[in-house]
Design a protein around this ligand. Structure first.
Ligand code: F6P
Length: 330
């Protein structure tokens, strides 16, 4: 009977535990042995693992983080790291390795495949949603909710003081989280890498909108959602420039790692559960080096390489809606 291993790697995301739970249950159902490697690829190099069975699944679906722990593993990028991992997988007689993570984790999986002949399956897990070939990554929906509830709170104090606020949202080099958090919180403006033209152009456009609103209503609050890593010099630089341009106070707020935590929302639990089950269903097939994802609510298998080589554009509908919203505020 088959022997399966699972690990979580890179930035943890809400729903990773739900995914582990689904994998445990599916393996149990099909009579496969399952082990969980701890601390991402570090556990694979150091042979740090535990056997996973149904008792691990109790109260697991709602837990944030990952019971297997995660890491970003530099050593795994080397030939020696991958060879050590291959040897350890062979020692345990593993047939299939399931990697839950983002594109860095999938690059690691592809690297391992040069030294290990077993089956490797990926499941997209990251709050950034920056993995091509799937509509959403596990953790993304929860992170939007977390950002939205924080922006709602910022809105209260921004309104009370009629102040300008900048709210920095995670997403690494992608604007999915920022755009959709901005849309769902009715933010006044959004700055995302995919649309960023120049500092001057963004400042001009923000200033024009604030001026127009001030003429209509007098003092107004104004919330700009800013994707991380987009503004040269960071949020405080933008705050200073905007403050001097508008002759008003500007308060920067960085949401940071709170966006990675918390109990997964049901959309993430469902996605994680379906993808985990689907991955295990592939164990006895010849599918290899693929990510299991969902497109239009249907499972798909995507070659690992395509998940980072292909471009993943922002959703057109969210984009055009945000543009309309930004230009028609009261
Ligand atoms: O990939 C998830 C993520 O939270 C990104 O949004 C962010 O850029 C990065 O990880 C932060 O990494 P770290 O936790 O290592 O600071």
């Amino acid at each position: 009977s088959k022997r399966v291993a699972v690990l979580t790697s890179g930035g943890d995301a809400p729903g990773m535990n739900a995914c582990i739970r689904a994998i445990v249950i599916a393996c149990e159902h099909l009579g496969y042995a399952l082990i969980g490697y701890q601390h991402g690829y570090n556990g694979l190099i150091n042979q740090e693992y535990e056997s996973l069975s149904l008792n691990a699944t109790h109260n697991l679906i709602q837990q944030g983080g990952t019971i297997l722990h995660s890491a970003r593993c530099e050593a795994f990028k080397s030939v020696q790291g991958a060879k050590d991992a291959a040897r350890n997988l062979n020692t345990l007689g593993i047939d299939t390795l399931i990697v839950i993570g983002g594109d860095g984790s999938f690059r690691g999986a592809e690297h391992l495949s040069q030294y290990w002949p077993g089956q490797i399956l990926g499941i997209p897990g990251t709050i950034d949603n920056d993995v091509a070939g799937c509509d959403a990554t596990v953790g993304y929906y929860t992170a939007i909710d977390t950002a939205v509830s924080s922006i709602d709170k910022v809105r209260d104090t921004a309104d009370a003081f009629e102040r300008i606020f900048l709210v920095e949202v995670m997403g690494r080099h992608a604007g999915f989280l920022a755009l959709n958090a901005a849309l769902a919180s009715a933010a006044d403006y959004v700055i995302v890498p995919e649309l960023f033209e120049s500092e001057d152009a963004e400042l001009k456009s923000i200033a024009a909108q604030i001026e127009a609103r001030r003429q209509l209503k007098g003092p107004v609050s104004f919330i700009v959602v800013v994707a991380e890593n987009v503004w040269p010099g960071g949020l405080s630089t933008l705050a200073e420039r905007l403050s001097s341009q508008m002759q008003s106070e500007v308060r920067p707020v960085t949401l940071g790692h709170v966006q990675r935590g918390g109990s997964p929302v049901s959309q993430d639990r469902l996605l994680a559960t379906k993808l985990g089950t689907h991955a295990v269903a592939l164990v006895e097939t010849d599918k290899n080096k693929v990510m299991v994802g969902e497109v239009n609510h249907k499972p798909v298998e995507v070659p690992l390489k395509a998940t980072w080589e292909n471009n993943k554009p922002l959703d057109d509908c969210s984009l055009s809606t945000m543009r309309i919203t930004m230009n028609n505020r009261y």
